[in-house]
Ligand binder design. Structure first.
Ligand code: HEC
Ligand code: HEC
Length: 235
């Protein structure tokens, strides 16, 4: 068993690289330029009161669930065929949307002339692979895990602070202990400012600069600053 596993893996990897078709299109960019004006593309999706169309994740999950296929291995191709056909030639008969949603949104206008069948094929394949129910589950679990962490820990993880800093050894960046000892809690405002706006040239021995983390909110910056200051008290 121990011997077999590497062989199987090697075969799998070789198989992949051999059979992988060359991607002609950047499907994600196509989806954004051709479909995002009406369909929200986020996962999990954002919905709006006056949205023009259901979010793409909802569309994909819905079509996936309601499409009947005898053989599960045909599902992906059938999905692609459906989306290509629907986008060029939509009709209430073909739609998997319930009546009420069809009335609310109105039928999707044909995208003929705005997108080619080949581009649509790439878009549909991307939709099928990207809006994957299992991937979605994992994403939600990961979000729940991050949400349950203490704020300072979430910041450290999400922003990879520890890829440059360590707690008590100077690496690519000054250690958090070192930083805490230099400023102390009286000057916590300076620390917070540097985290938000980035920092360069304040630490002579470090050539790197620290990027700004502007998207952190004040609570998060405060939490991670308090945590940094605590590292200075440790022996
Ligand atoms: C002008 C707005 C608009 C654009 C652009 C648009 N859609 Fe739609 N789409 C809609 C609306 C509205 C619906 C819901 C009503 C319906 O199903 O026809 C919809 C529904 C769909 C459905 C679901 C059909 C069903 O049976 O449930 C698919 C698949 C779809 N769109 C694919 C696409 C793709 C792929 C693109 C980009 C190439 C795209 N749409 C661009 C408005 C749009
Ligand atoms: C790409 C590497 C990198 C990452 C990622 C990084 N830092 Fe830094 N950090 C640095 C460097 C380099 C310095 C020293 C900059 C200087 O000389 O002014 C620094 C300095 C600091 C300082 C001291 C600033 C000052 O005013 O003296 C604090 C506080 C800090 N980092 C916190 C963080 C926090 C919190 C995170 C994660 C949200 C983080 N850093 C992520 C590289 C990084």
């Amino acid at each position: 068993m121990k011997l077999l596993l590497p062989i199987i893996l090697a075969l799998l990897i070789a198989g992949c690289s051999d059979s992988k078709p060359k991607r002609k299109y950047d499907a994600k960019a196509l989806l954004q330029s051709k479909c995002e004006s009406c369909h929200n593309l986020d996962m999990p999706p954002k919905t709006y009161p006056d949205e023009k169309a259901p979010p793409m994740m909802a569309v994909t999950f819905h079509v996936r669930d309601f499409m009947k296929v005898e053989n599960p291995s045909e599902k992906r191709q059938r999905f692609i065929d459906f989306v290509v056909d629907y986008a060029l030639d939509p009709s209430a008969d073909k739609s998997f949307c319930d009546k009420k949603s069809l009335e609310d949104y109105g039928l999707m206008p044909s995208q003929k002339g705005k997108v080619t069948p080949e581009e649509l094929e790439a878009i549909a394949a991307y939709m099928y692979d990207h809006y994957d129910p299992e991937k979605f589950m994992k994403l939600m679990q990961e979000q729940a895990r991050l949400a349950a962490l203490p704020p300072y820990k979430r910041v450290l993880e999400q922003k990879n602070c520890l890829s440059c800093h360590s707690i008590d050894k100077d690496k690519l960046a000054p250690s958090f202990k070192h930083i805490a000892q230099r400023y102390g809690s009286d000057r916590s405002g300076e620390i917070m400012k540097s985290i938000k706006n980035g920092s360069r040239g304040k630490w002579k021995n470090f050539k790197l600069l620290m990027p700004p983390f502007k998207d952190l909110d004040d609570k998060e910056v405060k939490a991670v600053t308090e945590w940094i200051l605590k590292q200075g008290e440790k022996q």
